[in-house]
Design a protein around this ligand. Structure first.
Ligand SMILES: *[C@@H]1O[C@H](CO)[C@@H](O)[C@H](O)[C@H]1NC(C)=O
Ligand SMILES: *[C@@H]1O[C@H](CO)[C@@H](O)[C@H](O)[C@H]1NC(C)=O
Ligand SMILES: *[C@@H]1O[C@H](CO)[C@@H](O)[C@H](O)[C@H]1NC(C)=O
Ligand SMILES: *[C@@H]1O[C@H](CO)[C@@H](O)[C@H](O)[C@H]1NC(C)=O
Ligand SMILES: *[C@@H]1O[C@H](CO)[C@@H](O)[C@H](O)[C@H]1NC(C)=O
Ligand SMILES: *[C@@H]1O[C@H](CO)[C@@H](O)[C@H](O)[C@H]1NC(C)=O
Ligand SMILES: *[C@@H]1O[C@H](CO)[C@@H](O)[C@H](O)[C@H]1NC(C)=O
Length: 861
């Protein structure tokens, strides 16, 4: 077989035409557009200059335009045609690219369109196999069309695109191509960014999926939902076609939203999709009765036996939807839940801010159906507006493990020879047959196979990674995929989305021995906490089971999932997953082997007392966790229930703040407040009196924690004499009397350097200031605790020098030595008691919770 090698070098400026006009949001580094078979350069309908490939030797023909109708002249009217293999080689820059192949099914001189059967390969990927443009054109109803692929090119890799006529007995098949386009894309626009912890949700699977650089994608749908077709010219610089979605809607009734609002790209980059995509959308409309009984549904036909990445684009463009909680809906992909609660503004913070989310779906052959539907169903949830919204859909097919992306040809519409078509699979026939049998066997085999192939991918990928370590030097995202909890940064701008595992009730039952009481490790307002064993007992977890009649309800549960899954920090307890089957609401966390801080101070006796250094480090860690919640996340998160039983310790005694069941988004965004919550003894007196909740309320509670750590006693101890019951009040009294050192934990006597003690007490005292404005920020607290640690270490070092190898002892401390700003706290009315309406003693938690009935209005405005 003779081979033609056509090397195209493009040196001139492609963008001359665009320079004059407005710069698009993205300017591709590679932008090669080739008009195959054309003798010279020419303008396309899109205004771009298409390069002719006249320099090559292979056969070039003009299409016989007879019956061609309204086909664009460029690039369709000329083609490169050959009955032997031919290859294009493109020297391109490394990185992720679009490769678009343009076809026009027509006769090219003596070549009959029904004899064009060929394969197209790019690098190691098979993009098309025994492809018939005629059969595709017949099924589409258009003679001309293009196929779009995404590929990643490594350093020094050239892009070879090889066209091979299918083998046939009569030797009369041929291959042809009318146009080839190569356009760079922004890195990780369609590949999973490594900072997306856990990858994209893999529907029906417990772990996520990374669309990695070794995968080739084929765009199968790109829809501007509710809008008109957007031609490549009006894309954001990548020349993508956005089609309208009318023919894929399978709902009788829908509303089209068409606005002219300005789109505010603050979360996703401006190049993600044109403004037109986000300015138009579909909703169900205002008929609540109708909406209750229906879904808003799209059905998209795809090839079986491939994985697909489904990207849904959202943007709240209707004026009435301006804050979280106003519109919430469920998202189903092929009848499986992809999102139990989707609230666009919960993710975007503001209206008119676009956002997208990717899901991965495995479409298996059902019987001998070569094609199946991807069904996207949206259903409203009870919220202020009972409706759904969707702005755009993109669907990409991923190559199989053998690098194949090609599906079978569509069946011939005019003269269907079904047995003939069936046998057309003979090329890859053997494995396909085998697969069909396996898939038909049972569900178990299917998931096993999926697992095996996933594992195979990983192994293969790892193997490849080793081979290519040069080009991957310095990146460790595979490692990160294995350890999603290790990564603490969620500040990465691109979609820090959750991937928390969804557990079935059966899995939870198995993990807890059917909620065996012997495994209970804690009880709270929320319900019981069990120790559980996952993955054949390999992984120990804490399983929090919401008891249905508990004060905290569904709202808190979903809040906790939503929030925790987004929040990742070394000093926060990592959420692994959840289960909400059969009205059960269960959260699964990493197990913290050293229990709660409270256990180490006074509750349990099994532990050795913590050293002063350990206590300082724990306090600083918890402060860092809280500071992260206050300042480093998109919505300020107020913990609302900071206490020693909510600070957990892992095997290395690292502090981890837990229990966000009471947390709410910053009240400024108008979340519904249901009443004062918190634990008596830790509660900010200002908040208790009806002031708005703010970060300083957590600071107050943290001050109480600091005194608890120092004195090793409960925040509230009814057994103690009056005046000592409330730790915060008592500590202030002791400080002003200069007797604080006499009431510290006896285990700490002689262990604290006086400089350190003074700083520590100062921090704690400032935290429990009566007025929030006088309290420090959590950031100050964190830094000053660091300073206290430094002081203690310096003093220890000094002792070590003068007295090596001995236990150090420090003299007793009087603090403060003299004070003139004394207040008589005894005479004050207890602000906490006066602010409270009806205390409820919660015997299960040994903490005192209370709820207030009439202050809903006064809070959160
Ligand atoms: C994939 O390749 C691109 C360049 O081609 C690179 O920038 C990116 O970091 C790679 N992604 C991963 C996860 O290695
Ligand atoms: C097809 O081509 C092969 C080799 O190119 C040749 O041996 C064979 O005779 C040809 N068959 C026909 C029917 O032309
Ligand atoms: C949306 O409105 C604009 C003008 O306001 C119009 O040109 C466009 O066709 C409309 N789109 C749809 C899908 O109706
Ligand atoms: C709302 O939808 C219901 C059910 O489809 C229908 O019976 C009713 O007439 C509709 N109401 C309005 C005002 O269109
Ligand atoms: C909406 O779609 C989901 C998933 O396919 C299905 O379970 C549910 O019954 C549908 N709801 C209605 C009202 O059609
Ligand atoms: C695509 O093919 C490559 C090998 O060519 C393989 O490494 C990769 O895992 C495949 N992708 C998928 C999703 O199977
Ligand atoms: C290619 O497809 C055609 C029609 O679908 C079929 O007749 C032919 O046998 C196939 N060839 C190969 C090599 O699969």
């Amino acid at each position: 077989m003779e081979k033609f090698l056509i090397i195209i070098l493009i040196t001139f400026l492609k963008f001359a035409i665009f320079i004059a006009s407005e710069q698009p949001p993205y300017v591709p580094t590679d932008n090669i557009i080739l008009n195959c078979g054309a003798p010279s350069d020419s303008y396309g309908a899109d205004g771009r200059i298409w390069t002719g490939d006249k320099s090559s030797k292979s056969e070039a023909y003009e299409a016989d335009s007879q019956g061609g109708g309204s086909v664009d002249r460029v690039p369709y009217m000329t083609g490169r045609v050959s009955s032997s293999e031919f290859k294009y080689t493109f020297p391109v820059t490394p990185g992720q690219k679009f490769l678009r192949l343009y076809f026009y099914s027509a006769s090219y001189k003596q070549f009959d369109p029904s004899k064009a059967f060929f394969s197209v390969k790019a690098g190691s990927f098979t993009l098309l196999k025994n492809f018939s443009a005629l059969l595709v054109a017949d099924s589409l109803g258009f003679r001309s069309f293009f196929r779009e692929f995404c590929l990643n090119l490594k350093e020094n890799e050239v892009l070879d695109v090889i066209f091979t006529p299918s083998p046939s007995a009569s030797n009369d098949t041929y291959a042809f191509i009318n146009g080839i386009e190569i356009v760079s894309m922004p890195t990780n626009l369609y590949y999973t960014p490594p900072e997306l912890l856990g990858g994209a949700p893999f529907i029906g699977q417990s772990s996520g999926f990374f669309v990695n650089n070794y995968t080739a994608l084929e765009m199968v749908y790109r829809l501007n939902v509710g809008g008109n077709t957007i031609s490549p010219k009006y894309d954001t610089g990548m020349f993508r076609l956005w089609s309208d979605d009318y023919e894929y809607m399978s709902t009788q009734s829908y509303f089209t939203v068409n606005t002219t609002v300005p789109i505010d790209y603050t979360i996703v980059p401006r190049y993600t999709a044109p403004e037109e995509v986000y300015r138009t959308a579909r909703t169900m409309g205002p008929n609540r009765t109708y909406n209750e009984r229906h879904n808003l549904t799209w059905r998209l036909l795809v090839d079986s036996d491939f994985r697909y990445m489904v990207r849904l684009h959202f943007c709240e463009i209707q004026d009435v939807i301006d804050s979280p909680g106003k519109r919430q809906f469920e998202v189903f992909l092929n009848s499986q839940t992809a999102e139990a609660i989707f609230d666009v503004i919960m993710w975007t913070d503001h209206a008119k801010v676009p956002y997208y989310k990717d899901y991965v779906l495995l479409i298996l052959k059902n019987g001998n159906q070569n094609k199946q539907h991807i069904t996207i169903d949206l259903h409203p949830r009870v919220a202020i507006y009972y409706d759904v919204i969707l702005n755009g859909i993109e669907v990409f097919k991923m190559n199989n493990s053998d690098g194949n992306l090609a599906g079978p040809n569509p069946e011939h519409l005019i003269a269907p020879p079904p047995p003939h078509i069936e046998s057309s699979n003979s090329a890859g026939g053997k494995s396909k047959m085998k697969r069909r049998v396996l898939f038909a066997a049972n569900g178990c085999a299917v998931s096993l196979l999926a697992l095996v192939s996933l594992l195979a991918c990983i192994v293969l990928w790892r193997h490849k990674r080793r081979q290519h370590c040069g080009s991957y030097a310095g990146t460790n995202w595979f490692y990160r995929w294995r350890n999603p909890n290790e990564e603490k940064s969620t500040k990465s701008s691109l979609l820090p989305k959750e991937l928390c595992r969804h557990f079935s009730q059966d899995e939870i039952k198995a993990a807890t021995n059917n909620f065996d009481d012997d495994l209970v490790i804690g009880k709270g307002g929320f319900g019981k906490v069990y120790k559980g064993f996952l993955d054949e007992g390999e992984k120990v977890v804490a399983i929090k089971r919401l008891n249905p009649e508990s004060r905290q309800g569904v709202v808190e549960f979903s809040t906790e999932i939503e929030m925790l899954s987004q929040l990742r920090h070394l000093h926060l307890v990592p959420l692994i997953g959840y289960c909400n089957e059969n009205r059960e609401m269960i959260l699964v966390y990493d197990y913290m082997s050293n229990g709660t801080l409270c256990d180490h101070l006074y509750t349990a006796t099994a532990y050795d007392p913590l050293t002063w250094k350990q206590r300082l480090e724990i306090c600083k860690g918890a402060a860092m966790g809280l500071n992260y919640l206050h300042t480093e996340v998109k919505h300020t998160v107020i913990h609302r229930d900071v206490k020693t039983s909510n600070i957990l310790l892992d095997d290395k005694f690292t502090a981890k703040v837990s229990d966000f069941g009471l947390s709410k988004m910053d009240s400024k965004v108008g979340m519904l407040e249901t009443g004062v919550k918190g634990t008596w003894g830790y509660l900010d007196p200002e908040y208790a009196r009806g002031h708005a909740l703010n970060e300083k309320s957590d600071v107050y509670s943290f001050g109480v924690v600091l005194f608890e750590v120092l004195c090793a006693r409960k925040a509230l101890d009814k057994k103690l004499p009056e005046g000592q019951v409330n730790l915060a009040r008592w500590a202030r009294k002791c400080i002003s009397d200069g007797t604080l050192y006499q009431v510290i934990d006896p285990h700490l006597i002689g262990k604290i350097a006086s400089e350190c003690f003074k700083v520590f007490v100062e921090i704690a005292e400032n935290c429990i200031e009566e007025l929030g404005v006088n309290r420090p920020s959590m950031n100050d607290v964190m830094e000053k605790l660091g300073f206290a640690i430094d002081l203690q270490e310096a003093a220890d070092l000094e002792k070590e020098k003068t007295n090596p190898g001995r236990e150090h002892s420090y003299p007793d401390i009087v603090f403060p030595i003299a004070r003139d700003d004394d207040l008589d706290y005894e005479s004050e009315v207890d602000p906490i008691i006066s602010g409270m309406s009806n205390p409820i003693i919660d015997s299960s938690t040994s903490s005192y919770l209370f709820s207030s009935t009439n202050n809903t209005e006064s809070i959160g405005n």
